[in-house]
Design a protein around this ligand. Sequence first.
Ligand SMILES: [Zn+2]
Length: 254
Amino acid sequence: MRDRTLNAATLMTARPRGEEWRRRLIEHPRAITVLHFLMRHSPFGEVFDGVKTHVPAVTLTYDDGPNPPHTQAVLDVLNRHGVRATFFMIGRNIASHPDAAREVVARGHAAGNHSYWHSPLVLRTPSFVRAQIAATDALLRSLGANGEIHFRSPYGRHLFAVAFVLARQKRKSILGHVGGDDWMTQDPDCIAQRVVARVTPGAIILLHDGGGPRDGTAVATGLIIEQLRRRGYAFVSIDELLALDRTHAGPHTR
Ligand SMILES: [Zn+2]
């Protein structure tokens, strides 16, 4: 318990060591294959990168914020269309931009936890992972987040300690398998086209309000909503989407 408190406090000022080799590991082509296999055969925890349903419903998620003024630009588009999304926020960004994070919560969107430092969590100890999650949870709660706070691992790697810690806390790991690659391009048509072409019922759409200028993502958000609604899709919150899952009883990915 003492360790946990100490780690949570220390995280505020000390960037974790070993970030570079972890990033090289998770980006290595052979490691990616192995990591994906292990993620899909995790002995514990519930992992969702979409839900199994025939209902034409999807949910929007945004990573790496808050990132003013781009987070607010995305919020304005969502507001215009009456859509509730999930923002997986990085703890240190919440600490830097508490007003933007507060606005996400106040506007009725789900506040997700994306760790404190956004350091790869591969081959970390459970106490390290627990502290990353706890420090960010505490910030989100202080800004008014209620209910279950979902977690998304940095770089979508939720292996070993992450899966273990989340299972112990009875929390879900939320990934996303329909990305707009908006970390590579900020061309709104390109982002929207990539998402719309890949969406199926139950999709968790992954975009970014953080990590750089995101004007393209904000515009693409409107295009995605308009185009998918024309195809009969409904935009629901993450919890509404999870409730549609036909195999809710156990861990799975798809
Ligand atoms: Zn991220």
